[in-house]
Design a binder for this molecule. Structure first.
Ligand code: NDP
Length: 487
């Protein structure tokens, strides 16, 4: 699959060998170069936007049921190629093959979900002060979407934008992360296979600062749908040259609170899953845990043992490994930096703390899931997004202290609570200043509920009906009727 997609851009339904410079794509588990992509030139970005504009004229006017059928076909094509697409993802991103396949199947689920939503874009009739007037509120697609995505979930983060945009009647130009472009190109190939018309889905590859920025500044792009770091999100917001709709799904620094009434086994299981899945490279990863002092010793020792028990492996050779390689040198370096900082400030290493030993791990970006105890808010691990397999734990005495610490961050994406006392559940979930609060589970995002951050974690929503509203404008049509003659 990668060989077929190397150097290619999809513009107006045609695969083109990109004219720009070549950028190597590395396998993070081995350091091997998998292939190259082309840095799209500004002429190619213009062509992609122009193609999407032309296609918008017809795609937006199709009956919703026709768009729904196309999205269902896309879901079927994606599921049918799940093994090959998962392999592509593991090779370029590092996550274990089974997990990559799960992500591809979730992309297929997004296609079917938004196919069903496409036929439910209802309007409203709003009362007026006189009875001879109707106010119709209808929803219309925004236009051309520029989708800019990161490398941690190379299929799902495209899928949420692509499926909601297409269901709404928008067309799209996708700029995937340089680290994981082949998954994006494979998705575009599936859109073609599903018979989605030329120009509705376009993919341009290359560096964010050039190709992504060109989409942000392009007057022909009506909306930017971005997932990535808060710094780049802010930069995008500042650098739009014309008024555009923006949805920004940005960074997090997500807390978990474990009270004295929590089921400790469940809390440990949840903490391990959400701290280390995808090597902690998740915007909703648990970065920091506040645990009631009465249960802190037991919780920390169980968490350390569970982290040590996780299997780290090359995601192709060990498809069932718990965690694979990190996606590149940068998040690994940041993980080590946060670890060194915390240890220097008095944290206690409970599990991990180094790369796994052995030849199999010598060339890739591997690191053992790492737990730190006795942490404080003087440490980066507790106050910055690590985006790696590192979690800090701190004991608390009063619930209000835990809430204050949990909210002591510029971010507001996801938070987690483990408590059996329902009074505690209510008290905590209503006071945590986050877009998502998961209680006694760690799956903060599900397909049919809105998912989005507050504060520096972004604006707008993905998932659910709300995710599709991000691709629709409201139009108010106010009609005054004359009495028919002769009544
Ligand atoms: P970045 O912000 O570095 O990059 C995200 C995307 O933006 C990439 O495609 C990148 O291109 C592109 N980009 C970079 N600079 C510009 C620019 N000037 N103009 C337009 N596009 C640009 O994030 P990462 O890829 O490092 O992803 C990790 C971050 O994403 C974390 O902070 C994480 O929390 C966040 N995230 C948020 C999620 C959410 O739902 N809230 C979900 C997942 C991740 P390239 O890399 O190719 O140069």
């Amino acid at each position: 699959m990668i060989q077929d997609l190397a150097d290619q851009l999809l513009i107006d339904g045609v695969w083109r060998r990109g004219a720009g410079a070549r950028i190597p794509v590395e396998n993070p588990a081995t350091g091997e170069i998998l292939g190259h992509i082309a840095a799209a030139t500004s002429a190619e970005v213009n062509d992609a936007v122009a193609a999407a504009r032309r296609a918008f004229r017809t795609w937006s006017c199709l009956a919703p049921v026709v768009r729904a059928k196309a999205l269902h076909r896309l879901g079927e094509c994606v599921a049918g190629e799940a093994d090959a697409m998962a392999r592509t993802m593991t090779l370029e991103q590092g996550k274990p093959l089974n997990e990559a396949k799960g992500e591809i199947l979730k992309l297929a689920e997004a296609c079917h979900f938004y196919a069903e939503e496409a036929v439910r874009i209802h309007g409203e009739i709003v009362p007026n002060t006189t009875t001879d007037i109707d106010s119709l509120v209808v929803r219309e697609p925004i236009g051309v979407v520029g989708a800019i995505t990161p490398w941690n979930y190379p299929a799902e983060l495209i899928g949420w934008k692509l499926c909601a945009a297409l269901a709404a009647g928008c067309t799209i130009v996708i700029k995937p992360a340089e680290l994981t472009p082949f998954t994006a190109l494979a998705i575009a190939a599936m859109a073609q296979k599903a018979g989605i018309p030329p120009g509705v889905v376009n993919v341009v590859t290359g560096a964010g600062a050039q190709v992504g920025q060109a989409l942000v500044e392009h007057p022909g792009v009506d909306k930017i749908a971005f997932t990535g770091s808060s710094a780049v999100g802010l930069h995008i917001q500042r650098s739009c040259r014309t008024i555009k709709r923006l949805s920004l799904e940005l960074g997090g620094n997500c807390p978990m609170i474990v009270t004295a009434t929590a089921g400790l086994d469940a809390a440990v299981k949840g903490a391990v899953r959400r701290s280390f899945r995808n090597m902690g490279q998740i915007c909703i990863a648990i970065n920091r845990i506040y645990v009631a002092r009465q249960v802190a010793v037991d919780f920390v020792s169980a968490l350390g043992a569970a982290a040590d028990a996780l299997v780290v492996g090359n995601g192709i050779e060990r498809p069932d490994a718990d965690v694979g390689a990190m996606a590149s040198a940068a998040p690994l370096a940041k993980t080590k930096e946060h670890l060194t900082d915390a240890l220097a400030k008095g944290a206690r290493l409970v599990a991990g703390g180094s790369a796994p030993e052995g030849e199999a791990f010598s060339r890739g970006y591997f690191f053992r899931p790492t737990v730190l105890a006795d942490c404080t808010h003087a440490m980066k691990v507790m106050t910055e997004e690590t985006f790696g397999p590192l979690v800090g734990v701190m004991a608390f005495d009063r619930l209000d202290d835990a809430i204050k610490l949990a909210n002591d961050t510029p971010y507001g994406l996801a938070s987690y609570v483990y408590a059996r006392d329902m009074g505690e559940v209510r008290y905590l979930s209503s006071r945590l200043d986050y877009g998502n609060v998961a209680v006694n589970n760690v799956d903060a995002g599900i397909m049919n509920a809105p998912y989005g951050g507050r504060k520096q974690s972004g604006v707008g929503y993905e998932h659910g009906r709300e995710g599709m509203l991000e691709y629709l404008n409201f139009k108010h049509i106010r009609i005054r009727y004359d009495e028919p003659a002769g009544t």
